[in-house]
Design a protein around this ligand. Sequence first.
Ligand code: NAD
Length: 328
Amino acid sequence: MRSVRSVKGSEGTAQPRAVVTGGAGFLGSHLCETLLAEGWAVVCLDNFLTGTPSNVAHLVGRPGFELIHCDVTENAHVRGDVDLVLHFASPASPVDYLEMPIETLRVGSVGTERALALARDKGARFVIASTSEVYGDPQVHPQSEDYWGHVNPIGPRGVYDEAKRYGEALVTAYRSTHGVNTGIVRIFNTYGPRMRPNDGRAIPTFIRQALANEPITVAGDGSQTRSVCYVDDLVAGVLAMAASAHPGPINIGNPHERSVLEIAEDVRAATGSRSEITFVGRPVDDPKVRRPDTTLAAEVLGWRPTVRWAEGLDRTVAWFREALSATA
Ligand code: NAD
């Protein structure tokens, strides 16, 4: 993988500087942490809608790290040079975006435009966190980047899926109209430390339930599939995209497909839980299958996931054990 430092170019030795919108969220906080570790200065913009300052509390006070409380739909101005803008601000779990449909649409539209304008004004590389949800409930399997998707714009999930589709169109227009060096990554389900136990996504829900020896609630009969990527792999993929000049879209996700029931059983085993597995109704428009074709990421970025499911799950369970016992 190319070093993310190459984004800076060869003109100087100054410390490169990144802006991460949504930097206090699950993925954003890991990106901030890795960028700092790789020698970047990092400005984290977040309004704490679904993220929390505690996700980056360990970074506050480190040289080069700035945390700014700001809503990027209102303002995304940053003083000084910026070499890279990673636009990750957006509610991401169905529980969040169903509760905040307008905020989700606004951050995907107005928020994306403000972040793009920042990149344009600073001459920075721009990477947007798009999503596998742009494929909707796919009729093509696995999903490669040239598949246009199967999305219900007026279904409950449409606020998220269409915000991301609009975001991709806007990014493309800023590239062609203003010459911004843009990249689109389509992120598939990612898991790891700092997910919220109550964010409604399958893995944190199952872990929370298993650690409490409560029933593990699998939607439908659990035969629907997900392909889950450990957060460290995702970060490596996003930073490889940042270091390239490729416009994307490029899928970043783990192509190993598992049924939701299998995930629940593995969580039960990894936690040593006595929980029973129970079945509940499936949400509206819940996709039946989901698996990235990652050929392009491998070819263009030299990226492939390396963290095994058992290992990623153990690390995630260990983090949840500690986080949940601290709040008990
Ligand atoms: P998250 O909810 O943990 O993080 C999102 C962050 O954005 C939060 O800190 C939130 O407070 C912030 N935010 C929301 N609206 C904002 C606004 N108007 N101004 C400033 N900050 C705002 O979610 P996540 O899982 O870390 O997802 C991050 C990004 O990656 C999102 O854009 C999401 O769509 C995308 N993504 C995530 C996944 C995944 O599996 N986690 C999959 C596909 C795409």
